[in-house]
Design a protein around this ligand. Structure first.
Ligand code: SF4
Length: 374
């Protein structure tokens, strides 16, 4: 699978610490550099038949449908597409106007991941989103009207401007709009964000973790009652409409990440990441040089990562893979570390997979890190 990072945004959301620029100055050069990187790194994937192509960001919906099509065409020069390929575009509601969605519906993009976040104006203003509450709703309807069925929306819970009543209404609206996939995250306060500054200055209160916990459980129960599979802590999809792209990450498949700041993984022991600087990325690619650094993951890193990722999913960690992959010393540590948690039903083994029971999923990161090798 291939991930293409489009590092531009209209404005900076108050909670975001991703890599992007609010200047589109280098837009054309960036597209050329991405095409060059597709060419230079085409042999890094073992398979030349893609099951997933993902435009993420930043805000890839800032590109025109023609620009997106030209990047898809470039990928097609070196890779064939599986007949069921998932081609996802992350899109912000304010970009999904009539002309754009119409043009997009004529490209091979067949899945939209819409950055809705909330259907309420107070939440959107605090988050400094570029869209309004009416646009949050109309962008979804418009996409459906133009034939997009495989739509995911992002929702954020636990904002200081929200409460359980507002959260319930957000979820009711989601069900009313009949979107088949939801990715939902608690608002977290990252360093170097506006939200962090406002909280430090006492201008707004910090998110309340107990409220977030309650909102998470309410969402889980409601979405499951309404036919969604809860297949990863933050992801819910109707059967057959889980994200193929993200599921492949969580199953440790290889992926190629192109564009500034994008990460890649060779499915075994090597991870690499591109420089998080648009100008330097473009300059290096214009000289036919790659803008990436790599590392070989130690056995310890691979073990910790396998637990951290696997225990967040409904599939858990495959114990036969774990036993094949790691030395006796690591497996001995593992057996000892899980013993008490199995007795306390914080972990379970089902069909030779280690899992966290869903009632403890909200604490999955902490449970996984208790098993780490430090
Ligand atoms: S649109 Fe997305 S990537 Fe851009 S600032 Fe907002 S959250 Fe971050």
């Amino acid at each position: 699978m291939i991930y293409l990072h489009i590092p531009f945004c209209k404005q900076k959301c108050s909670y975001c610490n991703f890599h992007f620029s609010t200047s589109l100055l280098y837009r054309e050069e960036m597209i050329s550099a991405l095409k060059k990187e597709i060419f230079l790194r085409k042999d890094e994937l073992q398979s030349d038949r893609l099951k997933s192509l993902y435009f993420g960001g930043g805000t890839p919906s800032l590109l025109s449908a023609d620009e997106l099509q030209s990047l898809i065409d470039e990928v097609l020069k070196y890779f064939s597409f599986d007949e069921n390929i998932e081609i996802t575009l992350e899109a912000n509601p304010d970009d999904l106007d009539n002309n754009f969605v119409k043009a997009l519906s004529k490209t091979p993009v067949n899945r939209l991941s819409i950055g809705t976040q909330s259907f309420f104006e107070d939440d959107l203003k605090l988050m400094n989103r570029a869209h309004s509450a009416p646009e949050a709703e109309s962008s979804i309807k418009r996409s459906q009207d133009f034939g997009f069925e495989n739509i995911s929306i992002d929702l954020i819970y636990g904002s200081p401007t929200s409460n359980m009543d507002i959260w319930k209404k957000n979820l009711e609206k989601t069900l009313e709009l009949q979107v088949p996939h939801v990715s939902s995250y608690a608002l977290t306060i990252e360093p170097k964000t506006a939200l962090n500054t406002w909280i430090t200055q006492g201008k707004i209160k910090a998110p309340d973790e107990i409220v977030q916990h309650e909102e998470f459980f309410y969402m889980t129960a409601l979405l499951k009652e309404n036919g969604f599979d809860h297949y990863e802590i933050s992801n819910f999809g109707k059967p057959g409409l889980h994200s193929k792209h993200n599921a492949a990450y969580w199953k440790y498949n290889e992926y190629l990440g192109l564009g500034p700041s994008a990460h890649s993984y060779n499915g075994r022991e090597q991870r690499s990441w591109n420089i998080a600087n648009n100008r330097k990325y473009i300059d290096l690619l214009s000289q036919n040089k790659l803008a990436k650094e790599s590392e070989i993951l130690s056995e310890k890193d691979q073990f910790n990562e396998m637990l951290m990722i696997g225990l967040r999913t409904v599939w858990g960690v495959d114990l036969s893979v774990l036993k094949d992959k790691f030395t006796a010393k690591i497996l001995d540590h593992f057996e000892k570390a899980i013993k008490h948690k199995l007795e306390e039903d914080i972990l379970r083994i089902e069909n030779n997979h280690l899992k966290i029971p869903e009632k403890h999923w909200f604490l999955a990161d902490g449970i996984a890190s208790d098993l780490f090798i430090i």
